[in-house]
Structure formats: C-alpha cells, structure tokens
Design a protein around this ligand. Sequence first.
Ligand SMILES: [Mn+2]
Length: 324
Amino acid sequence: MSTSFPQPIDSGLVPRFAGPATFMRLPLATSAAELDIALFGIPWDGGTTNRAGARHGPREVRNQSTLMRSTHHVSGIEPFKLARVADIGDLSVNPIDLLDALARIEAGVRSVVVAGAVPLAVGGDHLTTLPVLRAVARSGPVGMIHFDAHSDTNDLYFGDNLYTHGTPFRRAIEEGLLDPHRVVQIGIRGSIYAPDEHAWAKDQGIRIVYMEEFVRRGASDIMAEARAIVGDGPTYISFDVDCIDPSMAPGTGTPEIGGFTTREAQALVRLLEGVRIVGADVVEVSPPFDLAGMTALAGATILFELLCLVARQVAETRSSAGAR
Ligand SMILES: [Mn+2]
C-alpha cells in the first residue's frame, strides 16, 4: 500500500532547510532491498581530465533536492505514492585508484540491480556511468538516450589510458554493454580535437544529434526520433549537466556555450515518456565551479523529472503484473 511507502520529511513539520539533506528528503536506507527505485550518489571524479570537482556533486544535489515537492506539476505524477523510493547513500569509491573505484561502483550498482530496484545515480564525473552500465547491462546490451555537450566516445588519453570522462561510451560499446544502434546522443556541440572525432561513434551506429539540429527541429521531433531508435527495449538514460548552457549551469567540468536552457532540458526529459528505463543518472555537477547552487538545483530538478517517469513505469508494471 502506498501509505507504507517511504515518504519525504513533511515540510509542514520540519522546514526544508532543516534536518539532514537526503535526496528528495527521503529516508536514508541501508540497501536497495524492499525498494522499487534507489537513489544514490557516486562521489568520484577520478576520470576528470581538466576541471575536477564532480566528486562533490552528490552532496550538493542532495542539498538542492530538498526543494523538490511531492507532485509533478504537468503530469500530476506523485512518485512517492507510486513507488518505494529511498536514498541509499553514496556508493563506496576509492579517490586514488581508478580501477578499484570502477570495481567498487560496479559492485554497488550490482547490489541495487540484484535487489530488483531501478538505479538512479548522481555523479560524479561521466566515467562513473561505465561501471553503472557494467552492472545494469549484465544480461545483455541496453540502449541509451544521452544528453550531453560531448559524445564521450574518445579512445585513449595521455598515451594508452583507456578510462576518462571522455571515453565511457566507447568502452561501453567495446564491452558489449550498449547496443550502438540503440544509442542517441543529444545536444552535442563545442570544438573538437579533429574533424573526424565523432567518426568512430557514427560508424558504430550511434545517432548524434548536434545542438544545431535540435534548434532546427525542436524537442518533440527530436525525441520522437529518439524514442523510435531505442524502441521498447531496455534503455539507460544519462544526463550530463553540461548539456545545459553554462549561463544556467556553470558548475560543471567541461562547459560549452550554446547549450540547452533548463526549460528545454525539462521538455526533453519529459518526452522520454514511454521509454523502458532500466536506470538513469545525472552527472558532472561540480559544486566548486557552481554559483549559488544553480547547477546543483538544475541537476536535482532533472533527477526529480527522471524519478517521476520511473515511478510511473514501476506502478504500471505492478498493475499489469497484478492484472495477470
Ligand atoms: Mn559527458
């Protein structure tokens, strides 16, 4: 029964600025057992090549997420009545050993997946998505709708290093975690290292929607195509906050001007309705570069948008199982 589901702290009893800051003011759970959706942080930025700081993202997104109320004002979705959701804290990370960090993150997400909960992760830099995908895609490759300024499909760095926040999706395709023909990247822009930087991704079958195409076609048209590409198969959603313009989200590792407004980002995410979401993340919120928490607020709000979609999916799955 929904009355027994974990509920946020009532702001009529404890004001939003008081008490411990968990995601959405939800209870802090010790594991994903008994949950439909697990919110967690991945405080790690060891894959960052330039402006570090996303390791501080989860804590500040938690802080700003205390502004989220219980009901989505457009869809009417009340996620905490539809699904059992809690904050399970931060995954274990190792700040000074990249490979150990990736192993720890994968193990943490695997425990969520094994418990039957949908993982909703808050990074951390974008390399954290690779171990999340290793856990989510254990039974076969998944599709992905990816909002970002960058393709993140570069190959090697400083010689032969495979793992940075610019390489996760090349590694994920090489490892068979993503079906590249079911991958869409939206919002890509900014100067690149060479004219053929995105050739590998396109050759694999990834659909890259540059910002200029988004401006020409608009959110509805782009997302109709994205939904058709991923179809009804399992799909991961990755939201790099640097897809938003740095005038609205300056607190990030690799800002690029000419980005989405926060309103456009909300519209895009709402148009994910109907996609079978098996996990999602919001990454690259970097509080040391932020101003007045505006980037963390954008990240927290997108997290709420994603939570609403997944909560409705959980409720629909439950009712169709009940109908059988
Ligand atoms: Mn990225």
